[in-house]
Design a protein around this ligand. Structure first.
Ligand SMILES: [Zn+2]
Length: 189
């Protein structure tokens, strides 16, 4: 049975992600846990224009049950759902400041902002790995066990939550923190 509420959350979150300038056109991806496995945004489609029929539904092993070809990053979404039973939705994006700083070892950086301290007491760090690879999916699943969000070197970030909208809000907060770190670094140089 189609879960309209879950699909609406994913579509709304996809629009929010685009409106907030956290993705450009087709990049980034969003997913939600389902009874069968997960539903995820498709590859090559603009986040601002997505509709329910555009979502790709996968079973627990990644086979397509319904819909278009999924984002090539579906495997790391699945890895997080397997590692963290409490996570119901995941957001992956390449926001400007997070991506610019993700290649630095920011894991041990102070969060600087009270909000960031509360939201991300544990930031995970993934070294440079090929997007869409099994290696990346395995590393993401493992690192997510002890993290509140993940930074991907030379790539972007992953956030999660109880809803897709919440996962996008987490991404916005992470980007704001990264922007503050960037400003502080520039000021200190
Ligand atoms: Zn990506």
């Amino acid at each position: 049975m189609v879960d309209w509420v879950a699909e609406d959350d994913l579509i709304r979150a996809s629009q929010l992600l685009a409106e907030a300038g956290l993705v450009t056109a087709t990049d980034g991806n969003l997913s939600k846990r389902t009874d069968q496995g997960l539903m995820i945004t498709p590859t090559g489609r603009a986040k601002a224009l997505l509709r329910s029929k555009d979502l790709s539904h996968l079973d627990a092993t990644g086979n397509i049950l319904e819909g278009p070809v999924p984002s090539r990053e579906w495997a790391f979404h699945r890895a997080i759902y397997m590692a963290k039973p409490e996570v119901l939705a995941i957001c992956h994006a390449h926001p400007d400041f997070v991506t610019a700083l993700a290649s630095q070892d920011l894991v041990r950086q102070e969060r600087f902002l009270f909000d960031a301290e509360l939201r991300f007491p544990q930031l995970g760090y993934i070294a440079k790995m090929t997007p869409g690879s099994d290696e990346l999916a395995r590393a993401v699943g493992k690192a997510s066990l002890s993290a509140n969000a993940l930074l991907l070197a030379n790539h972007g970030a992953i956030t999660w939550g109880q809803s897709a909208v919440e996962a996008v809000q987490e991404m916005a907060a992470l980007e704001r923190w990264a922007r503050t770190v960037f400003i502080l670094q520039r000021g200190g140089s």
